[in-house]
Design a protein around this ligand. Structure first.
Ligand code: C3B
Length: 838
């Protein structure tokens, strides 16, 4: 660092970052003219977005630096959130709101000739995630910063995020998402690099004292470079860090030796192979495909992150046994489970600790969050693949397993089956490493993400482990969402209305303050404003629908929305079958009867994994039904069917505030939590849903009268499935009619949809669509009835919002901090809250 004598000069010229409109404008103009090398004569909206973002980035990075200094100085425990996915969405609007300078920026941009709304629209989503799991990680980062926790996120800097979805002739087409042309929100740290080893061999030798040591030799080295993304807290100077790793060949551009000897192709190929590691996000949600490159990604990211964490710890010069007092590492699903093995390797092979001492440190450091019980999503890696790619890690896994099984045998001496059931190594052909089991054995806490889900993992997939480790190791932390993005940013008018009745914007920091709204549930004036805001949000979405699909929808109709990844377990197929049922019902009615109906717009959105054929068929069916229904003059405004292309975070911000009802209709016991259910209710929409995931806790909070629940319960699912397989499976009669219409070609080519229908009719109906169908359409009728009484409907919405305080990700993060991480917030002394509410 700089010697004492010269520090005065540094202090004098310390950068401050803007806080007034004038300073902001100055910053923008400077960035346009210098950083971007443009001028007022060729500054388009893209350049204006870039300059505005850079002005904010300057401010953030100053607070970011201060936050890091404060955390280092305080030497307090930090939490590291390891996630292969961070679905961040746009950063500019969020940064403006969190630092409380959106109005300043709005006026400043206007003086410079731009509308802030247009500038915000220029930004490309940072889409380094698939769905719920990745978005949860992004909400957590916002909460950890807003609550002043010393926290880092660690992930991969994919060159291509989740693909963009185009709909061509009703089919999904995937287009690569190259998002890094210009990204003002990241800081490349070319000085922070880590060499990561793959393949090679393990040599074991005894030193003079007879101690066995293992050396991992040979193989290849890939370089990890850090890219840092500042994460501003809301209404606090705390600005945390998200560190993303990017891969390149260790030898730099290409191998010069090979190059000089004329082997150009292979020298370039090495480079490309290294870069491939962080090139693409795997586009599967709730599915494990077991590809080698994915395991490479996992180790690359985990090894670089642990190197960084250990390096930071070593600077404190503490004894190793203090590691768990300084470091908490949370595993977001099993994707980072290798971190457990890598830390054990570092401690025994590189730092020379004894196995037991090392293992005690390791197993106190980690916490593991499970996000699914779906068998196809539980990660397993083949032993031969492991042996080749990470030979030393495989040895360590075998050791961990040996000690673990020995302890099980001591505790349950007569239960031979138990050992096979809980072994980290599955004795299949080939043998497989069960990552969830490894994660449980190596962590001190395991949590599910909603009450039902946490109960289910304890009684089903992890049942044996509850006996072995005792019930206290397993806990629940119900998911949450950040109200900053999902209310304040997405629905500014509603946020403002709430602020006017609850005494300012304090509810954005303490969401339970929403309960003050309940007293206005019958307030005429308040309800009118509430309704106007909902209508305006629907008009905004109707415009988007018109612009993107060409279909005109009536904003007064009931907007019924299901947006999420397309998956059979999420049952978009049941929704579209319900829409067809509605269509057939309307067609069979007389014009008089039709007049009594409530008009409805059924809106779908979501990506299908590129290899998930059934999911793609569902998208095709929705579009085919839309093509028929939307131009049927018998139907007119009574029913419109829309598929919104390329659902992502920024589109969600427009879609969610516009719902009257949204659908969360997974087969009971399959959706671990769901988080969009929370977003919709928080924005004044009601939900129709099954008794699954967080729907159950939402019901507990808002009250049974304010939610439309239907369908079989999770405890009955097994029996129903059994009956399908071994008994007779009677199709629900209304569903049978829906199938008849599909089979008669009403919606185009019959063959296109035969697999979708066949899965239910002939192949066991695994997701119980037929079992729940009657209850579903009857409940939809109740929705229609309820919507007709607008006065009561609005009261229900207000009461529901008032009772949503529990679902803030702040509550959720505080629970993790207390019961799993054991960390305290580090509140800045100059606790600046000046930005509150601006
Ligand atoms: C999801 C689950 O499917 C959701 O129910 C849950 O709300 C979120 O995680 C967050 O906990 N999930 C996912 O998006 N991807 C997976 N691989 C597993 C679960």
């Amino acid at each position: 660092s700089i010697p004492e004598n010269q520090r005065e000069a540094w202090k004098k010229y310390q950068t401050k970052g803007f806080s007034t409109k004038e300073e902001f404008e100055k910053g923008v103009v400077r960035h346009v003219e210098t950083t971007l090398a443009r001028s007022m004569f060729n500054c388009d909206e893209t350049a204006a977005y870039a300059a505005a973002s850079l002005a904010f980035r300057d401010r953030l990075i100053i607070e970011w630096n201060r936050t890091q200094q404060r955390q280092t100085f305080a030497d307090s425990k930090r939490v590291y959130y390891l996630s292969l996915e961070f679905l961040m969405g746009r950063a500019l609007d969020n940064a403006m709101l969190n630092v409380g300078l959106k109005n300043v920026a709005k006026e400043g941009m206007s003086e410079l000739g731009f509308r802030i709304e247009d500038i915000i629209e220029q930004e490309h989503d940072a889409a380094l995630g698939n769905g719920g799991l990745g978005r949860l990680a992004a909400c957590f980062l916002d909460s950890m910063a807003s609550l002043n926790y010393p926290a880092w996120g660690y992930g991969l800097r994919y060159r291509y995020g989740i693909f963009k979805q185009e709909i061509v002739d009703g089919y999904q087409v995937e287009v690569p998402d190259y998002w890094l042309d210009f990204n003002p929100w990241e800081f490349p740290r070319h000085d922070i690099t880590v060499d990561i080893q793959f393949y090679g061999n393990v040599r074991k030798y005894q030193d003079d004292k007879g101690v066995q040591t293992a050396v991992w030799e040979g193989g290849e080295i890939v370089k990890a470079t850090a890219f840092d993304v500042p994460i501003p807290g809301y209404s606090t100077p705390t600005t945390n860090n998200l560190r993303l790793w990017s891969s390149k060949a260790a030898s730099g551009e290409f191998d010069f030796q090979k190059f000089n000897s004329g082997d150009y192709e292979s020298s370039v190929a090495d480079q490309q192979r290294a870069e491939t590691i962080s090139a693409v996000l795997y586009p599967n949600d709730n599915l494990d495909r077991g590809k080698e490159l994915r395991l490479k990604q996992q180790y690359f990211w985990v090894a670089a992150s642990l190197y960084d964490i250990v390096r930071r710890f070593k600077k404190s010069k503490r004894a190793w046994r203090e590691f768990p007092d300084q470091v908490a590492i949370q595993l977001n699903d099993t994707h980072p489970t290798l971190a457990i093995v890598e830390l054990q390797r570092i401690l025994i092979d590189l730092e020379g600790l004894e196995w037991d001492e090392a293992w005690s440190i390791v197993s106190q450091t980690f916490g593991y969050t499970n996000h699914t019980v779906l068998p196809e999503a539980l990660e397993k890696w083949s032993v031969p693949l492991f042996q080749n790619l990470l030979p030393r890690h495989l040895q360590i896994i075998y050791e961990i397993n040996l000690f673990f099984l020995q302890s099980v045998e001591r505790k349950f001496p007569k239960e031979r089956d138990l050992l096979a059931r809980v072994s980290i190594i599955e004795e299949s052909q080939p043998k497989m490493v069960r990552m969830a089991y490894l994660a449980i054995v190596g962590s001190h806490k395991v949590n599910g993400v909603a009450e039902l889900h946490s109960d289910l993992i304890k009684t089903t997939i992890f049942k044996d482990f509850v006996r072995i480790f005792g019930p206290d190791k397993f806990t629940n932390v119900t998911n949450g969402i950040t109200p900053r993005r999902w209310l304040h940013q997405a629905n500014p008018r509603l946020s403002e209305l709430i602020a006017s009745k609850t005494g300012g914007y304090g509810f954005l920091k303490d969401l339970t303050m929403l309960n003050k709204l309940e007293q206005f549930a019958d307030d005429k004036e308040f309800k009118k404003e509430w309704q106007e805001i909902k209508y305006a949000n629907k008009v905004r979405l109707a415009k988007h629908i018109k612009a993107t699909t060409g279909v005109t929808v009536n904003p007064s109709a009931l907007f019924d929305i299901q947006v999420k990844r397309i998956h059979e377990y999420k049952r978009q197929q049941m929704n579209i079958f319900g829409v067809i049922h509605r269509y057939l019902t309307i067609k069979a009615m007389s014009p008089e009867e039709r007049k009594k109906l409530a008009p409805r717009v059924s809106i779908f959105g979501g990506k299908a994994a590129p290899g998930y054929w059934m999911a793609k068929t569902i998208i095709h069916l929705v579009n085919s039904v839309g093509a028929v229904v939307n131009k049927d003059t018998d139907v007119g405004d009574l029913l419109k069917v829309i598929f919104l292309e390329d659902y992502n975070v920024s589109k969600a911000e427009t879609i969610i505030p516009a719902s009257d009802i949204s659908e969360h209709i997974s087969t009971a016991g399959t959706e671990a939590s769901g988080t969009s259910n929370m977003k919709f209710v928080l924005n004044g929409g009601l939900i129709i849903g099954t008794c699954d995931g967080a729907n159950i806790e939402i019901t507990r909070e808002v009250g049974e009268n304010n939610i439309f629940l239907f369908g079989n319960l999770s405890e009955d699912v097994d029996e129903l499935r059994h009956a399908h397989t071994y008994g007779r499976h009677e199709l629900d009669p209304s569903l049978a009619k829906v199938f008849d219409s599909i089979k008669s070609g009403t919606f185009g080519d019959v063959n296109s949809f035969s697999a979708l229908v066949g899965a239910i009719e002939d192949h066991g109906d695994y997701y119980l669509v037929s079992d729940d169908f009657l209850s579903y359409i009857q409940t939809q009728d109740l929705v229609d009835q309820a919507y007709k009484n607008q006065d009561e409907w609005i009261s229900k919405c207000i009461i529901s919002v008032a009772r949503m305080g529990f679902f803030s990700s702040d509550r959720c993060i505080n629970e993790y901090a207390e019961s799993i991480w054991n960390i305290e917030p580090l509140t800045p002394e100059d606790g600046n809250t000046s930005g509150l509410g601006k």
